[in-house]
Design a protein around this ligand. Structure first.
Ligand code: SAM
Length: 285
């Protein structure tokens, strides 16, 4: 039987996850400040960094360090404080905790221990870069950081190259050059991408082009924090069998009229309309 309790009713303890600004302090929400003023402890990835952030808003709280290397032990401590009735919030250095940042294990442990979790929303670099990229937003895949070792990075990119959704990568400035070259190799020079640089900060920039063009950029101008958003791969009509197309038609027919299902499959696959129509008729027979 699934145990249920509304987050803001009942007596079970609750951990707050707080999204923090990725560069612009004005993105720290009033709700985040209210929660931080109200709680007993702040658990943080870097207590010095979060301490100075809170000091800018006149908030002083005891800190618990919880980073990549001590998340298990720190989680045990945070859980016992929550069970004693203390109020605790967790924040990482920037953006959402648990998104390419510590927090995932803490959340899983809290849930195992019947501790509720609530998120105070705010800035996130991936979504900020995606919505300004000009690339399709309907379906997207967040990858995060690629492996730093070249051979492993290239292996991952080879797996990702045919994804039919926009893909989002985080990258460090000292690897951007190698990563763009590897992406050009894997995705092809004509694939479109957008680099979101220094988001929400004074030198925010979006650099949009294909990989041939992006690889020509002066690397001295690619400084700071960056997110790379890569366009989806084109569907390869030839790689779809008749059975694949029939399966797509059946799937779309569940949620739309047959005429619209045929049009959608034509648009998505690039297969000529008469061929898709014939396959639709063969399904009906
Ligand atoms: N938890 C964060 C979030 O929700 O976006 C991500 C933290 S991850 C350790 C740091 C990476 O996020 C950076 O290397 C960069 O790729 C991206 N990033 C963070 N802040 C950024 C900014 N202001 N502009 C561009 N990219 C940023």
């Amino acid at each position: 039987m699934i145990k249920r309790e509304l987050n803001f009713k009942g007596n079970s303890p609750l951990l707050y996850l707080i999204s923090t600004p990725i560069g612009n302090l004005e993105e720290f929400s009033q709700r985040a400040l209210n929660v931080l003023n109200d709680i007993d402890y702040v658990a943080a990835e870097d207590t010095r960094n979060s301490g100075s952030l809170l000091a800018k808003f006149g908030i002083k709280k005891p800190f618990i360090m919880c980073h990549e290397h001590n998340e298990e032990e720190a989680s045990t401590k945070i859980i016992s404080l929550l069970k004693e009735g203390k109020k605790v919030a967790y924040m990482s250095d920037a953006g959402y905790p648990a998104i390419s940042d510590p927090g995932e294990r803490l959340v899983a442990r809290c849930i195992q221990e019947d501790i509720k979790v609530s998120c105070v929303n705010g800035s996130n670099a991936a979504l900020c870069a995606l919505v300004c990229s000009g690339l399709p937003t309907k379906h997207f895949y967040f990858y995060g950081f690629l492996p730093s070792k070249g051979s492993e990075r290239r292996k991952e990119l080879a797996i990702l190259k045919d994804r039919e959704d926009t893909t989002i990568f985080y990258e460090a400035p000292h690897r951007i050059d190698d990563t763009l070259k590897d992406m050009k190799e894997a995705f092809g020079g004509s694939r479109k991408a957008s680099i979101g640089r220094e988001l929400t900060k004074a030198f925010e920039e979006f650099i949009r082009g294909n990989f041939d063009e992006l690889c020509e950029l002066d690397k001295e101008t690619l400084k700071g924090e960056m997110v790379i958003v890569v366009d989806k791969a084109e569907k390869h009509a030839k790689s779809l069998t008749d059975e694949d197309v029939k399966a797509l038609l059946l799937d779309y027919c569940k949620s739309m009229k047959s005429k619209d299902a045929i049009a959608t499959v034509v648009k998505e696959t690039g297969i000529p309309k008469n061929k898709v129509y014939d396959l639709y008729i063969s399904l009906k027979n």
